[in-house]
Structure formats: C-alpha cells, structure tokens
Design a protein around this ligand. Structure first.
Ligand code: GRE
Ligand code: ZN
Length: 327
C-alpha cells in the first residue's frame, strides 16, 4: 500500500542515545545507533521503498521520563522538541512531530505541550511511561491527582497522547529476577504499559475528560486480548470490582484509546484487535529504529484484511486523529 502513515517512529539526540544501548548486543548496536540518529537520509529511503509517506517522529525511551531532576528533564525535552521541529521543517511532507514531555512537572509539561502544538506545529505527545522524580525510586503514574490539570489541557488542545513503554524500575521488576530476557520489548514493556493504561481507565480520568485520546503501541500492549477478562473476572461475585471510574474498562478502551501495529506484525494479533476495538481505532506503525520498516510494511501490505480496513489502518485513521487533512 502506498501513502502509509507511521507514528511510533523514534529518533535520538546525543543526550538520550545511550538510553537505547542496553537493549541490543554489541554487534547490532552500531546499526541501531546509526538508524536512530538519522532522520533525513536512510530513513527516507526506507520509507520510499515501503510506501510510507509520512512518519510522526518521537524521542527514544525512556529518555526524559528517567531524569529525576525535573529542571534537567524539562531542558532535555525542550532540546529534543526544538531539534525535532528543525528536522520536520526540512521535510514537512514526510515528517511531523510528537512532543517529549517532562511529566515530572505537570504544569511545565502542559506548557511545553502547548508550545509544541501552537508554535512548533506538533501533532501530539509521546511519553515513555511513568516518570521518576527527585529520589530515583519515586515514580509518577499519570492517573495521580496532580496530573488532572495537565489532562485538561491535553483535552483542550485536542491532540492525542501516545503512552509508550519503558521498563519497570528494579524495585518493581523482582518477578523478572534471573530472567533478564523477559525485560524490554519481550514482555516487561507490555505489562508495564498495560497496567499504566488500566490505571488511567480505572481512575475515572476519562469520565472527567471524555474527549482524551490515548495511543498504545504493540497492538495495544496485550489489552485487546485481555479486556474481556479484565471486566468479567469472577463476574459471578456481585460488586467484586470497585474503582473510581463509572464504566467498564471496555467502554473507555473503545472511546478513549487507539492502538498501533508497532513491533507486532502478526495477523492473529491484528484480527483480535479488530474484533475488540475495531478498525477505526487501529493505526499502522513500525517502531523504527528498533524494529524494521520492511518487516512491518511487507506484513501489513499483504495481511488478509479488506482493502477498506487496510486504507483506514494504514492511513486515514491517522489523518483524522492527527488532523492531517482529508483524503
Ligand atoms: C521501543 O521503542 O518500543 C523499543 C525500545 C528499545 C528496544 C526495543 C523496542 O525503545 O521495541
Ligand atoms: Zn517504540
């Protein structure tokens, strides 16, 4: 399919590059490093070769979220956003921006998002899971009450918020002890991010701000598969669940979430997502530089779905959500 749009597509700046180092063996790192630092060269050739018209670019992970000093976190976010704006300005027909945000300071993050959207023309934000603040072990999840004014501004700006994975801190990763292979994209990323998304849903955030739109990568971080059981576990026990939110998790997932195909190029997973959230809320993505554009595109272009669904997932859903114009 020509004209695809991809939106979990990462770059790095020198200050954040090494955050991606630990996920790759030495022999692969040189390759990943050159991919993630490049924007205007090989990336465009890969996009051309695989029918990707536009990428929405975002900073690598965990980057800003893992800087416990909030002034430094804000400085790096701003630096990454200014650099991204310069790069987008060179090829606005091929690239658009998603803002990095120092959520360590919710008011500052809201102001930076506003600057990115109003002054730099960015289309939304991508944040790498919880933020560390002060003591490196202090973690902030965005269902906490101090983030409600931030969410009000996201809703008012009308831009989506991509909740991207990061690893849990060692303190919260004891279950993986002795099994380091389960960290990162293999398993821990998905679990960490799914729990964060469920916290947002259960907190009542979407009752207060019903127009918020959250994007999850990796075909929804396993939530489309798990959703029925989340709402129905022990359904024979009356009032088993009690949480601040007014509705079922399914209702929020259907009204306030999108999922992308990033790093999950598997037809049964896509069909499950289509059955649970529907083809209007699924968008193509690759997860370059950490996955391969050709793997993503070859799979997607040939997977057995209707051409109507392919065009929605490959292009038009993103054009609508990010207000990129109609066609
Ligand atoms: C990602 O961005 O999803 C990612 C990383 C590092 C390794 C693998 C991966 O940030 O998918
Ligand atoms: Zn990613």
């Amino acid at each position: 399919m020509q004209g695809k749009i991809a939106l979990e597509e990462h770059f790095a700046i020198p200050e954040t590059l090494m955050d991606s180092r630990g996920y790759f063996p030495d022999r692969v790192w040189e390759e990943v490093k050159s991919r993630v630092m490049d924007i205007q060269d090989r990336r465009l050739r890969e996009m051309d070769a695989q029918g990707i018209e536009l990428m929405l670019l975002s900073l690598n992970a965990p980057a800003v979220q893992a800087i416990p000093d909030k002034a430094r976190a804000a400085e790096i976010a701003r630096k990454a956003n200014d650099y991204l704006a310069e790069q987008v300005a060179k090829r606005p027909d091929r690239y658009q921006g998603l803002a990095a945000l120092a959520m360590q300071d919710p008011d500052g993050a809201a102001r930076e998002l506003e600057r990115c959207v109003r002054e730099l023309g960015f289309r939304g934000a991508l944040v790498n899971g919880f933020s560390q603040l002060g003591e490196p072990e202090t973690v902030l999840y965005y269902d906490l009450p101090q983030f409600r004014p931030f969410w009000a501004i996201v809703e008012r700006l009308g831009v989506p918020f991509y909740l991207h994975p990061r690893n849990p801190l060692p303190r919260d990763a004891k279950i993986y002890e002795g099994h380091a292979w389960l960290m990162g994209p293999v398993w821990a990323f998905g679990h960490e991010t799914a729990v964060h998304a469920l916290r947002l849903m259960g907190s009542g955030l979407f009752d207060e701000h019903p127009r918020l739109q959250i994007i999850l990568g990796h075909m929804g971080e396993n939530l489309p598969f798990a959703l029925w059981r989340v709402d129905n576990a022990n359904a024979w026990i009356p009032n088993r669940h009690s949480y601040p939110a007014k509705k079922r998790m399914r209702d929020y997932f259907s009204a306030n979430f999108y999922v992308t195909t990033s790093g999950n190029f598997h037809t049964p997973a896509l069909l499950n997502a289509m059955a649970e959230i529907g083809s209007d809320r699924i968008m193509f993505s690759t997860d370059w530089s950490f996955e391969n554009i050709d793997h993503a595109a070859r799979w997607f272009d040939a997977c057995p779905i209707s051409e109507n669904d392919r065009v929605k997932i490959g292009r038009t859903n993103a054009r609508r959500l990010f207000k990129l114009g109609n066609d």
